[in-house]
Every structure is written in structure tokens, then in C-alpha cells.
Design a protein around this ligand. Structure first.
Ligand SMILES: Nc1nc2c(c(=O)[nH]1)N[C@H]1C(S)=C(S)[C@@H](COP(=O)(O)OP(=O)(O)OC[C@H]3O[C@@H](n4cnc5c(=O)[nH]c(N)nc54)[C@H](O)[C@@H]3O)O[C@H]1N2
Ligand SMILES: Nc1nc2c(c(=O)[nH]1)N[C@H]1C(S)=C(S)[C@@H](COP(=O)(O)OP(=O)(O)OC[C@H]3O[C@@H](n4cnc5c(=O)[nH]c(N)nc54)[C@H](O)[C@@H]3O)O[C@H]1N2
Ligand code: SF4
Ligand SMILES: [Mo]
Length: 672
């Protein structure tokens, strides 16, 4: 007899995945006796086609795992050791309220820093109750720049964050440039659409220092040196402009700044770009020619290319291609990046009435904690973030977290590497235990996520905890939300008309433009004059070498290899890093390994003047010569000396947006 899909004593609940991933899958969660027994793909989000990644399929391993935090606790041993004593919520929150009040009185509210980032990427778990609390308190603000700051600045400056080409329209393209993005890992639902495009005759070009899955399935792979996308993109622009292939009519009607871009691209011949990028000039010419000749042509711009000193200008030059090449106005033509602004609901309900306090760039937190540039930070409130392993300059970050005079709260789901340094640890619910929104940033999809189980242990949601602190510090105002559900309902009322009502009624909203906006037909630049700004003044002023100004590779004789640390299959950043990671190794090209007498599986030290990481080497041609790669988001327990790639990453900032230069780490490798 066929097994019934759901056994009689089981039930299923529909929800959605709000993790920091472009796809926002809908989920069907199976329960038995109040416990999760299965997590599958749901059907509400058509784009994700009913399947999900292994990370979330096995998310119950986090929910019920050994590292899960079940109750509040306070530190009893030295910082970093992880010895804690259980306390009640009241006790924990009273201590926090008291210490924050004390710091506010003695050093001013700016001595308090909330430190948060992706977490579950939700709308209620970030910039809702937390914002109410920290803004009314007058705490320092955080520049959330660890990711997407340079690409975001470029997209905002050139196009005012115009809506992107949707996954479903990739098969309409005849040429697709996959630039600095690895959808086989970081946004898996794009892959079937790429396959469809290929089957319908599209040419796929991948620009990546590694031969990723998508690169191996492509027609042309440009294995550029990290940080050299700017010269490559400028060489294509130069070709378009100088060979009469630029769409001058489009530029005259719809763009400003074309002359500045033309000028700045002029020095970048294919030969010069080849020398810098390590890709032969004829390959660059071939791609430029293809791009000039083909329509619809699509550029998918990712985040791998932003994480270096030239990252903002590189993203701008890549995003400028469809304007100069005249690729807009047809389905499958244009560019695709983040669609997070397309709904027009970006925290519309968040009132910014409080006086602005100073802003601290999260990429400099290590430095601010150790050698402050202004008001010293006395209290750190970490949530939705694992800075001990995800921020640049790990040695300084850990030194800062070790400060005895620093009061640190860590509010998380599991005992992270950061939590080991906390004075007070608070247990957080997961997205399967609270309300949230799941908004895709790859495709256009917006769904509500609902609790499917009771909170595990004594864990509480961000809304509950921050609203409780609002009350304890006497910061309450009329109309404040009490709990999660209250906050969700209030945020729904603050949304543009239609969207909130629809979400309330059916838990999902109908995407604008049928979910498939055509650029320059349905959506236009959200700039004041609705034009593309190819060389916006603000960006030109911000970039230290002017927009499109290139800085040389920082590799020196001592540290000749570029270390990159891209997304891996097993984690979302460091989330789920508590689970076993047998895959962790340093990928090194056979040529670089041979030169150092390194064999596959040898234990190596990866080092520079900032520090060293000891781990296993994997000798593989999948990473280009001169570049080595280690997964992002690994925990300290995953390497043999307790350091991760970020100990080798400088805390220098990208040319635009104050972003992190993760891929500017220059190192050497030695067999131990
Ligand atoms: N499974 C999984 N999915 C994720 C995440 C995760 O950690 N795991 N993280 C999520 C988050 S937070 C983000 S921001 C996105 C990121 O998603 P992606 O845009 O895919 O970002 P990365 O993985 O950082 O890098 C993408 C590719 O860029 C390449 N690269 C590195 N440096 C350069 C360069 O200088 N130039 C070029 N052209 N390529 C370069 C890397 O080799 C890598 O293959 O993914 C999201 N999805
Ligand atoms: N070397 C290197 N480092 C990188 C990168 C790189 O390319 N190379 N990429 C970076 C990128 S793209 C990103 S986005 C950052 C991300 O860096 P982080 O913002 O530190 O993100 P995660 O590592 O996912 O940690 C998020 C934490 O939030 C917790 N959390 C989740 N939901 C909730 C919630 O509802 N409430 C509370 N209180 N906690 C919650 C999770 O358990 C997890 O521990 O890392 C960056 N770090
Ligand atoms: S992490 Fe991404 S692929 Fe996995 S379930 Fe969530 S949205 Fe889907
Ligand atoms: Mo990210």
C-alpha cells in the first residue's frame, strides 16, 4: 500500500524561509507531537518550485541541536571561555537594563553600540523593536556595511535601485554574464532557469576566479584575479565606445555621465586589462564582441566582486554595461542584482524621529573596541550577528570582545563564538518559532513566515526582548507593539496600500509587474530625472580615486596569493556553523601547491602580517593560480589553531559604501 504523504497523527504548516538568501522559499513543515519531523519546499513561491536547500531541509538540527541556547545566562569565568550560570529572564533583563542605564549616565548613550546584521534577514527581527529601543535610547548607530554596501551604493547611484530582471526571464536572454556570483551555492533556484536559458541557445559567460559549478557549465569562463573586475568591465566599455557599438541614442535620451565613463574607460585596452586581470586579451575581446552583438543580453551582478578596494567602482562599471550597450527595453535584457527595493516597502513603518547619533562602521568594530576614534564603546549588544568570525580583522575583534571593562550582551539561537565572550547571553527563537517576513532579493516574492512550533526552551523573539527593554528603561510610548503578532499587524498597516491587506489575507503578496518587470518598459531608474547616472557626482566624490579609478593589487613579494572566502553550501554566513564541517579546507591551485611542495590533504599555515590560519589543503585546479580560497562563515573550532580567514582580512574599506575588503587578504601558504 502506498505510504500516505502525511501520517494521521502528523500535521503540516505552511511558512517561508527568511534566511539571508536571495530565494525566500515557501516551506511545508511537518509536525508530530509538536515537534518538527520534516521540512520540505512549499508551493506558494512559484519561483522556488517546491524544492529547498539541504541547510533548511535539516534546520531541525539547529532547532533541537546541542548548541541551542535554552535559557538566559550570565558569565562566570574569563571572557571567551564559555562558562555561564543560568538566570531567569527577569534577572538577565534587569542586569542589562541597569548596565545600559549606567553607561548612558556615565559615558553618554553613544557609548552603547548595537551590533547586528543578517541574522534571519527578517523584517521584524531587524529594524523593528530593536530600532525602537536603540533609537529612543540614543545609542550609536551601526553602518551595516559588511555586505552589499558597495553594490548597493553603485545600484542606488546609477539607477536608484531600479527593479531587476527576474529569474523567470533568464530563459529569454541570448547572452548571460554571471559576474562575481555563485548561484549553484548562494541562490540555487536560479540554476534551473540558467539551464533553460542554455537549452534555448543562450551563451553563458562566468567571471569568477574559481571554476564554480555554474562556471563549469558555462561557454566562457573568465577566471579573473580577485579585485580586477573594474579593468575588465572598463575594457568592454572602451570597446563599445571606440568601435561605435555604444547605443548613443539611448545614452542621449536616458543617461547622464556617459562622457565621463567614456573618458575613464579610454586607457583600458584589452591588453592592459589582460595584464591586470590575468585573462588573455583575446578572451576579453571575444566577450566584449559577444556582448555588443547579442540581445537580449543580461548581466547578473553578484557580491563576490564587491569585496575589495575597487568593489564599488567595479559594480558600477558592470551595472553600466546595459546602458552603454543598449540592452534595456526587452524581456531578458538589462541587469539583475538585488530586488530588495522593488516592493517599495523598505521599512516604511519605521519612524526616524529620534535625533541621529553617531554612526559606527561595523567593518571597523575591532578597531573601535580597541583604539576608539571617538566615544569609547562601553556596552555592546550583539544580535542577528556573529562578529567573532564574520567581521574583518578578527584578532582586533576578539581583543575588543575580551575587554574586561566592556559589557557585552549576545542574543542568539546557539552558543556562537561571539557568545563565548558575553557577560549576558539571551536565547533567541528561530524563524520556525516567531513571526516574520520572507522577502526574496533574487526574485520578487514576499510572504509571511509564521511560528510552526512553540519557542524552544525559554527562547524569545527579538520583538519581545527589545520591547521588554523599552519598558524596563522607561522608553515606552502609546501604540508600541507588545509581542510578535502585534508588531506584525502594525507593520502590515504601515505598508503601501494593497500589499499589507493581501499579506494579512493570504500570507503572500502578488508581486508587481507579474513578478517579471522589464527594465525601461515597466520599471525605470528611481533617480530624480528617471535617467541612468553613469557617473553620479556623489559616488565620484566618495570614491578615493574618483568613480572608476583603479587601485593596483595589494599583493607583494611577501604575500603573493589572494585569499578569498566565498559562500559555501553548508552554512548561511556562519549560521549552522555549529554543525560538523568535514568539508573545510584551503583550496589551492596545483601550480601554487607544487611551488610550495604542498600535497593534497597536507596541513598548512596560511599567513600574513596580521595572523595565521592552520587547516588542511585541497589541491585543485578549480581555483585559479595565485588565488586561494577558504569557505566564509567557518567557526573557530573548524581550524586547528582557532583562527578563521578573517584574521587575515584587513579592515580597510571599499571605494564606495564603506564595505568590507574580505578578498583583499594577501597571504602566503606553507606546509607545516
Ligand atoms: N549557501 C549559502 N547561500 C548564501 C550565503 C551563504 O553563506 N551560503 N550567503 C548569502 C549572502 S549573505 C550573500 S551576500 C550572498 C552572496 O552570494 P554571492 O554573490 O554568490 O557571493 P560570494 O559567495 O561571496 O562570491 C561569489 C563568487 O565570487 C567569486 N569572487 C570572489 N572574488 C571575486 C572577484 O574579485 N571578482 C569576481 N568576478 N568574482 C569574485 C567567488 O569565487 C564566488 O564564486 O549569498 C547568500 N546565499
Ligand atoms: N571572510 C569573510 N567573511 C564574511 C564574508 C566573506 O565573504 N568573507 N561575507 C560576509 C557576508 S556576505 C555577510 S552577510 C556577513 C554575515 O555575518 P553575520 O551577520 O554575522 O551573519 P551570520 O554569521 O549568519 O550570523 C547571524 C547570527 O544571527 C543569529 N540569528 C538568526 N536569527 C536571529 C533572530 O531572530 N534573533 C537573534 N537574536 N539572532 C538571530 C544566528 O543564529 C547567527 O548566529 O558575513 C560576512 N563575513
Ligand atoms: S536558505 Fe535559501 S534555498 Fe534554502 S530554504 Fe531558505 S530561501 Fe530556500
Ligand atoms: Mo551577505
Amino acid at each position: 500500500m502506498p505510504r500516505p504523504a502525511v501520517a494521521p497523527s502528523e500535521s503540516t504548516v505552511e511558512t517561508a524561509c527568511p534566511l539571508d538568501c536571495p530565494d525566500a522559499c515557501s516551506l511545508t513543515v511537518t509536525l508530530r507531537g509538536g515537534r518538527i519531523t520534516r521540512i520540505n519546499g512549499g508551493t506558494a513561491n512559484e519561483v522556488t518550485r517546491g524544492y529547498i536547500c539541504a541547510k533548511v531541509r535539516h534546520f531541525d538540527r539547529r532547532v533541537y541541536g546541542d548548541d541551542r541556547l535554552h535559557y538566559p545566562a550570565v558569565r562566570r569565568g574569563p571572557k571567551g571561555k564559555g562558562a555561564f550560570t543560568r538566570v531567569t529572564w527577569d534577572d538577565a533583563l534587569d542586569r542589562i537594563a541597569e548596565r545600559l542605564e549606567q553607561v548612558r549616565r556615565s559615558d553618554g548613550p553613544e557609548a552603547i553600540l548595537p551590533l547586528c546584521y543578517g541574522g534571519s534577514n527578517g523584517y521584524l527581527t531587524q529594524d523593528y523593536a530593536d530600532a525602537i529601543f536603540f533609537r529612543r535610547l540614543g545609542a550609536s548607530r551601526l553602518l551595516r556595511s559588511v555586505c552589499a554596501a558597495p553594490t548597493g551604493a553603485a545600484n542606488a547611484g546609477l539607477y536608484g535601485k531600479m527593479g531587476s530582471v527576474a529569474y523567470q526571464d533568464y530563459p529569454s536572454a541570448r547572452l548571460i554574464l554571471i559576474w562575481g556570483v555563485n548561484p549553484g551555492v548562494s541562490g540555487i533556484h536560479l540554476m534551473p532557469y540558467l539551464k533553460e536559458a542554455r537549452e534555448q541557445g543562450a551563451t553563458i559567460v562566468v567571471i569568477d576566479p574559481r571554476a564554480t559549478t555554474v562556471a563549469r557549465q558555462s561557454h566562457i569562463h573568465l577566471a579573473v584575479r580577485p579585485g580586477t573586475d573594474l579593468p575588465v568591465a572598463l575594457a568592454i566599455h572602451r570597446h563599445l565606445f571606440e568601435e561605435g557599438l555604444a547605443d548613443e541614442a539611448f545614452l542621449a535620451a536616458h543617461a547622464t555621465g556617459a562622457d565621463a565613463l567614456r573618458e575613464r574607460a579610454r586607457p583600458w585596452t584589452f591588453e592592459r586589462a589582460a595584464e591586470v586581470s590575468g585573462v588573455p586579451a583575446d578572451r576579453l575581446r571575444q566577450v566584449a564582441d559577444l556582448y555588443a552583438r547579442t540581445s537580449p543580453a543580461l548581466v547578473k551582478c553578484g557580491w563576490g566582486l564587491e569585496r575589495n578596494r575597487n568593489g564599488g567602482s567595479a559594480a558600477a562599471a558592470v551595472l553600466a554595461l546595459p546602458a552603454v550597450g543598449g540592452k534595456f527595453g526587452v524581456r531578458g535584457g538589462g541587469y539583475s542584482m538585488s530586488n530588495s527595493a522593488t516592493w517599495g516597502i523598505d521599512r516604511a513603518w519605521l519612524q526616524d524621529a529620534e535625533a541621529a547619533s553617531r554612526t559606527v562602521n561595523m567593518n571597523r568594530v575591532g578597531r573601535e573596541l580597541t583604539t576608539p576614534s571617538g566615544t569609547p564603546i562601553r556596552a555592546l549588544f550583539v544580535y542577528n550577528c556573529n562578529p567573532a568570525v564574520t567581521l574583518p580583522d578578527q584578532a582586533r575583534v576578539l581583543q575588543g570582545l575580551s575587554r574586561d571593562d566592556l559589557f557585552t550582551v549576545v542574543f542568539d539561537q546557539v552558543l556562537t563564538d561571539t557568545a563565548l565572550y558575553a557577560d549576558v547571553v539571551l536565547p533567541a527563537t528561530t524563524f520556525l518559532e516567531h513571526y516574520d517576513y520572507a522577502k526574496a532579493y533574487g526574485s520578487l516574492s514576499l510572504q509571511l513566515a509564521r511560528p510552526v512550533i512553540e519557542p524552544v526552551g525559554e527562547s524569545r523573539s527579538n520583538t519581545e526582548v527589545f520591547m521588554d527593554l523599552v519598558r524596563r528603561l522607561s522608553l515606552s510610548r502609546d501604540g508600541d507593539p507588545d509581542d510578535d503578532l502585534d508588531a506584525m499587524l502594525a507593520s502590515l498597516s504601515g505598508m503601501p496600500s494593497g500589499i499589507g491587506d493581501e499579506l494579512r489575507a493570504s500570507w503572500r503578496a502578488t508581486p508587481p509587474y507579474g513578478g517579471r518587470p522589464v527594465q525601461f518598459v515597466d520599471v525605470f531608474p528611481n533617480t530624480q530625472d528617471r535617467k541612468v547616472h553613469l557617473c553620479p557626482e556623489a559616488l565620484d566624490r566618495e570614491a578615493p580615486r574618483g568613480l572608476y579609478g583603479y587601485e593596483e593589487d595589494p599583493a607583494t613579494g611577501r604575500f603573493p596569493l589572494a585569499l578569498i572566502s566565498p559562500a559555501s553550501e553548508r552554512t548561511i554566513s556562519s549560521t549552522l556553523g555549529e554543525l560538523t564541517r568535514p568539508d573545510i579546507a584551503l583550496d589551492i591551485n596545483p601550480a601554487d601547491a607544487d611551488a610550495r611542495s604542498i600535497d593534497d590533504d597536507d596541513e598548512v599555515r596560511v599567513f600574513n602580517s596580521q595572523g595565521e590560519v592552520r587547516l588542511r589543503a585541497r589541491v585543485t585546479p578549480l581555483v585559479r593560480p595565485g588565488t586561494v580560497s577558504m569557505p566564509k562563515g567557518i567557526w573557530r573550532r573548524h581550524t586547528s589553531n582557532g583562527w578563521t580567514s578573517n584574521v587575515l582580512v584587513p579592515d580597510s574599506l571599499t571605494d564606495l559604501g564603506g564595505g568590507a575588503c574580505f578578498n583583499d587578504a594577501r597571504v602566503d601558504v606553507e606546509k607545516i
